[in-house]
Design a protein around this ligand. Structure first.
Ligand SMILES: Nc1ncnc2c1ncn2[C@@H]1O[C@H](COP(=O)(O)OP(=O)(O)OP(=O)(O)O)[C@@H](O)[C@H]1O
Ligand SMILES: [Mg+2]
Length: 233
């Protein structure tokens, strides 16, 4: 797929498949590489200017509304969390389940997620009262409520301390292991990527510059030059 915003080419002829053996595939690359745009295209929020997204036998070339996207089994988190700020944490989560479940089932499911994500002590606080780690967890809980087949995570671990990263990595691992969700993980936190993704794609200035098994890609000289050289791995 390709995506242009006016004169900016955010993605140029990028081809990738999440329909392989890996349950979690990673997307890495420097700032502005096109990672979030890629998720937005898969989620139907941005229409590709060239190419298509094929999901479960359907070919998408156009922008889709959020209900259609959820019914297709796609769910995403946002790099900057987007809770319903004025609603309680519990209501944020319950609300996101109402497109696929009735109120009772959504409440039951929300209770389970509140516990798993250790948000239960904040259930009756407003989302606006949560700190960053809490907002990231809420973002994940909301996305899981729509019972996705494909879950798109945009920098879920950014800004968390080491302990918060480790604990959230384990939660993601357990949730994915107990379901058949395919995850696309856009991530700058390489320690989390290493623990979760068995396949990685690397974007640089809108182009796919490497793909393959995680450790191989992370030791690739082109990738180190374009991206990893700037940070500790
Ligand atoms: N809605 C938009 N309108 C105009 N330009 C955009 C839009 N969204 C993204 N861009 C541009 O497209 C390019 C890719 O942006 P994108 O947000 O996908 O990068 P990214 O890899 O997610 O970066 P980061 O690591 O900083 O989150 C950037 O040059 C960005 O400024
Ligand atoms: Mg981004």
């Amino acid at each position: 797929m390709s995506v242009s915003f006016g004169a900016i080419k955010a993605l140029s002829n990028v081809t990738l498949s999440i329909n392989d053996d890996s349950d979690i595939c990673g997307i890495i690359g420097p700032n502005g590489a096109g990672k979030s745009t890629l998720l937005s295209v898969i989620a139907g929020e941005v229409s590709p200017s060239g190419g298509t997204v094929e999901l479960f036998g359907d070919s998408n070339k156009k922008k889709l509304n959020p209900e259609t996207v959820n019914r297709k089994g796609i769910s995403r988190t946002f790099q900057i969390p987007r809770p319903f700020f004025g609603l309680t944490v519990e209501r944020n989560i319950v609300t996101c389940g109402l497109g696929v479940n009735n109120l009772n089932d959504s409440q039951e499911k929300a209770k389970r997620l509140l516990k798993i994500l250790e948000l239960d002590k904040h259930a009756h606080s407003t989302a606006g009262q949560l700190n960053l780690a809490g907002r990231k967890r809420l973002e994940l809980a909301k996305a899981l409520m729509t019972e996705p087949k494909v879950l798109l995570l945009d920098e879920l671990f950014e800004g968390l301390n080491e302990q918060e990263v480790d604990s959230l990595v384990n939660i993601v691992k357990n949730e994915i292991a107990s379901s058949s969700i395919k995850v696309v993980l856009v991530e700058h936190v390489i320690s989390a990527l290493r623990k979760l993704a068995n396949k990685v794609y690397v974007l640089n200035q809108g182009e796919l510059i490497a793909e393959g098994e995680t450790e191989e890609v992370l030791s690739d000289e082109v990738v180190i030059e374009a991206y990893l050289g700037k940070q500790k791995v």
